[in-house]
Design a protein around this ligand. Structure first.
Ligand code: GDP
Ligand code: MG
Length: 659
């Protein structure tokens, strides 16, 4: 059987992962912003007796790369361990996207151009002549709309074609640069497998990564030649070379693209929306309103459904306990009903709320609004001393801290990465929503959406203060400038929106069936021991553990031992806070039991504590992996202390105000 190894390369946000998913039938995360794919991913597809291994890379703009995810892509492409590169191009932004393609052609690798986002190009009124591009560049060109799997079959067939001829590509860089290239070619290191002309160009561009490959004695020579040239023309070589490439591309685009003005209406619409949404006075109120609306929806739509699931869980419990009590010993029945069903059930009933949240996130993301939110926040982020790009990991943190932290790989300076990673856990993740939902619906019915919105805002506010503080204490360098990109708005593509929400929901259920279940099983055990003790009483092991901890928490208003252990076990996963309370307080009248343990004020401080205190173990592990165990440990200490301080302050202030 024929084996092929191909790689997907292209600018961020050009649709590489969408092409990857369409080719291999997998469902890697896609998002309408740069930096979703930060690691390379491998998949396969099979067609006509040919087995093709596909690698998806993080996006890059050129082969001179700086951030960590970009380096992964550059190194992979330079190493050349593949048969063919599919260069995914956003056809609605042809000029900018072709820059990378041109460099890959200069690198002399076999490639196919995949003009993706043809739908957007059409909306912009662009008529792109595929054959002209193909003829000029001497490479195959395929058109796709990857998020709808259009053109993917054609792309597959093009990939496995074996009669492709080797492109012979070169741009003429003016006489003097050419002669410098000539002399550089003679210095080509013997053991280097990069094409001589490509390497020489990169060295003239002054890219240190490539200059290092030269023999030391040549290095000086090059600096000298380049220095003389730059002095003579008073212009940097790097700029001149880039200009030449852009001029070439500009010519190519003129030859092959026609603009039909009557189709511009859609683009104008995007601009009109932006005039309002990005207006300097309206932008932040609109952003806050969108967030507020999201949580209203989470409760308005999710609430009734959650009630329905709650009844279902309750009926299952009654059914199981009546059936089992005749078959199994009492202790087993208690394990199944009091432990597993009450604990896991009390978490699972929030699935509808989460589902609505996931849907809302997916819609905001796919429509292009999310990347705008980053733009809106850009000035604000600079005020914090962070790069505007840092806002994207923070937004991702609303779903789950882990992808948020991973996305920090797109940040260029270590300072930005560390500070952003440290504040991502303060962005309230979806796992915390069940806690808020439970407490808000018991203690603040009717205003639940607003209360939760307030909690999220508090998290953001604390993140801001923390970022500013860490920045001041730990780092001194300047911030890097930013070019944010604004992808055009599009009506969300519903199949993808639902797929995203379903995948996330499935992940939540899987978590319920594994780590949350394990958590509540341990809690049940600790609540049943030592033998003979009354289940979940203060004399049980867990009761004693909680009683030991609770004095620490009573200044915050929730000094019951149940609250203490639920927070303790919540470190496994934040949902376990609810699972623990469900097991210990018996889900049946969980709401009643909560009213005995908490007042509205202490419920509020408990929610604040849950928002802020220690990230879950999985998050801690990822922080360690990304920036080392010292920062991970620091994050644990910092968030615990901060959470405690905020909860205590809120409770004491509330008590004082209410006299
Ligand atoms: P990557 O950063 O290159 O991996 O890009 P993604 O695959 O994550 O896609 C970026 C965004 O563009 C997502 O919102 C996709 O749903 C969307 N997208 C991908 N391909 C197309 C396409 O052909 N047409 C349109 N309209 N959107 C697309
Ligand atoms: Mg991607």
């Amino acid at each position: 059987m024929r084996q092929l190894k191909i790689v997907l390369a292209g600018n961020p946000n050009s649709g590489k992962t969408s092409v990857f998913n369409a080719l291999t039938g997998s469902s890697q995360e896609v998002g309408n912003w740069p930096g979703v794919t930060v690691e390379k991913k491998v998949g396969t597809f099979f067609i006509d007796g040919c087995n093709v291994e596909v690698t998806d890379l993080p996006g890059i703009y050129s082969l001179s790369s700086y951030s960590q995810d970009e380096q992964i892509a550059r190194d992979y492409l330079l190493a050349g361990g593949f048969d063919l590169a599919v260069v995914v191009i956003d056809a609605s932004n042809l000029e900018r996207n072709l820059y990378l393609a041109i460099q890959l052609l200069e690198l002399g690798i076999d490639l196919i151009l995949c003009l993706n986002m043809m739908d957007l190009a059409l909306q912009k009124g662009l008529a792109i002549r595929r054959n002209t591009i193909s003829r000029i560049l001497e490479v195959p060109v395929v058109r796709t709309v990857a998020n709808q799997s259009n053109g993917i079959e054609l792309l597959m067939r093009e990939i496995i074609r074996s009669d492709r001829k080797k492109p012979d590509f070169r741009i003429d860089y003016s006489e003097e640069i050419e002669s410098m290239l000539e002399s550089l070619n003679r210095m080509h290191p013997e053991n280097c497998r990069l094409p001589a002309r490509f390497l020489s160009l990169k060295i003239l561009e002054g890219d240190p990564f490539f200059t290092c490959l030269l023999e030391p004695e040549f290095k000086e020579q090059v600096t000298q030649i380049a220095g003389e040239f730059e002095k003579k023309y008073d212009e940097e070589l790097e700029v001149l070379i880039a200009e030449r490439r852009y001029a070439y591309i500009h010519g190519l685009v003129r030859e092959s693209v026609r603009k039909r003005s009557n189709l511009r209406a859609r683009m104008d619409l995007s601009e009109k929306i932006d005039n309002v949404v990005l207006n300097r006075f309206l932008a932040i109120p609109i952003f806050l309103f969108v967030m507020w609306l999201t949580f209203q929806l989470v409760f308005a739509l999710g609430g009734p459904l959650a009630g329905f699931v709650g009844h279902a869980v309750e009926s299952i419990k009654i059914f199981v306990s009546t059936r089992l009590s005749s078959l199994l010993p009492k202790i087993m029945v208690s394990f199944v009903c009091d432990g597993i069903l009450s604990g896991v059930g009390s978490v699972v009933i929030f699935l509808p709320n989460l589902f609505v949240l996931f849907l809302a996130i997916a819609v905001l993301e796919d429509s292009g609004y999310m990347s705008r939110s980053a733009f809106v926040m850009d000035r604000f982020m600079h005020f914090l001393g962070l790069h505007g790009k840092s806002f994207i990991p923070l937004i991702l943190g609303f779903g789950c801290s882990i992808p948020g932290i991973m996305a920090c790989r797109t940040l260029e300076t270590r300072k930005d990465r560390v500070v952003t990673i440290m504040v991502v856990p303060l962005m309230s993740c979806a796992a915390r929503l069940p806690i808020y939902t439970l407490f808000a619906s018991v203690f603040f019915p009717g205003r639940a959406g607003t209360v939760v919105f307030g909690l999220y805002l508090t998290g953001v506010l604390l993140a801001v203060i923390t970022a500013k503080m860490f920045q001041k204490f730990f780092f001194k360098e300047e911030t890097s400038p930013l070019i944010m990109e604004l992808p055009p708005y599009h009506v969300p593509y519903w199949p993808n929106v639902f797929r995203y929400a379903l995948t996330r929901s499935a992940m939540f259920l899987k978590k319920a069936g594994t780590i949350i279940m394990a958590g509540v099983a341990v809690i049940w055990l600790l609540a049943s021991l030592p033998a003979g003790v009354e289940f979940a009483s203060q004399n049980s092991l867990i009761g004693r553990l909680g009683s030991g901890l609770s004095p620490l928490l009573s200044p915050a208003g929730f000094g019951s031992w149940q609250a203490a252990v639920s927070l303790l076990f919540g470190v496994l996963a934040k949902e376990v806070v609810v699972g623990t309370l469900g097991t210990l307080l018996q889900a049946g009248n969980l709401q009643e039991s909560l009213r005995l343990l908490f007042t509205p004020l202490s419920a509020m401080s408990f929610m604040l504590m849950s928002l802020i205190y220690v990230p879950c173990v999985a998050t801690i592990a990822v922080i360690r992996q990304e920036i080392g165990w010292r920062w991970a440990a620091f994050s644990v200490v910092y968030t615990t202390v901060l959470g405690w301080l905020v909860a205590v302050t809120a409770f004491q202030a509330g008590t004082w105000i209410s006299g």
